[in-house]
Design a protein around this ligand. Sequence first.
Ligand code: THU
Length: 159
Amino acid sequence: MSPSDWKLTAEQRSLLIKSAFEAKEGSYSPYSKFPVGAALLAPDGKIVKGANIENASYGGTICAERTAVVKAASEGIRSFIGVSVVTDLTTPASPCGICRQVLREFCALETPVLLVPSDYPQKEQKKGYGEGGVRETTLGELLPDSFGPEHLGKPSPSA
Ligand code: THU
């Protein structure tokens, strides 16, 4: 696929953004009080949402992105063409390192990742940010020189 094949349509983009906000509603974050929502778009148009789920034993916490991946993968959805993440911060936050690696299992490096500000759509265009204040990046940009299934002789993740 060429890079332009990975471009999300306006419809896919707004669905991913809306779904990340909906996902954030499901956050269980009484300890950090830092709700996060994530959404994954499958090639057939299905959306899978996830929120961060914390635990009194803090290490048991699972991030929003991984909740979404695990929900999807356990239902047999194992390929994604778009990812979105939203927090309560007006400056979009970026997935943690573990979530980047987990996404890497099921997403091509070209997969667009939309990092959404809490006050989306922002009226003023900030330098370095796209439409509505969304930072649009790719998994490959977030996780350069990464290790993945192909290094163990398994097919590389692609749509
Ligand atoms: N969190 C996520 O859900 N995703 C990330 O990529 C970073 C952090 C959650 C974990 C914890 O519940 C809270 O945010 C504060 O770290």
